[in-house]
Write a protein that binds this ligand. Structure first.
Ligand SMILES: Cc1cc2nc3c(=O)[nH]c(=O)nc-3n(C[C@H](O)[C@H](O)[C@H](O)COP(=O)(O)O)c2cc1C
Length: 104
């Protein structure tokens, strides 16, 4: 079965902090596990970079929900397509943060 993936970046409407990001990650882990989606979310103070992979229909449905989320804008798909195997099979939603000072 083909695995679809999408990588996008967007800009946050507010400065990100650990509380906001943790809330997104918790929701993501719950939904993504149920829908068979895996990937990661990278944040800095004002930007998101998210990679999602999984079956086509759940992935497209969830991407559409994420795209409409008022928390962010300037949503731009950087890459998408199919892959033979998942890159992050164990990550319902991995969190990648660079250096703590981003949240100052
Ligand atoms: C940058 C960003 C990434 C998100 N990633 C996911 C995700 O991977 N999975 C998910 O279910 N929701 C994600 N969300 C949250 C969705 O936009 C939406 O609020 C959520 O899917 C609604 O879930 P619910 O119907 O269970 O309340 C993300 C939100 C933002 C701002």
């Amino acid at each position: 079965m083909d695995i679809y993936f999408a990588l996008y970046r967007s800009k946050s409407r507010s400065h990100l902090n650990a509380w906001i990001v943790t809330k997104i990650i918790r929701t993501s882990m719950r939904n993504n596990k149920r829908e068979g989606l895996t990937g990661f979310l990278h944040t800095d103070k004002d930007h998101f970079l998210q990679y999602l992979e999984g079956p086509h229909d759940p992935l497209m449905r969830r991407l559409s929900v994420i795209h409409k989320d008022p928390m962010h804008y300037n949503f731009m798909i950087l890459a998408d397509g199919t892959i033979d195997e998942r890159l992050f099979p164990d990550w319902d939603m991995g969190q990648i943060r660079f250096l703590q000072p981003q949240y100052e």
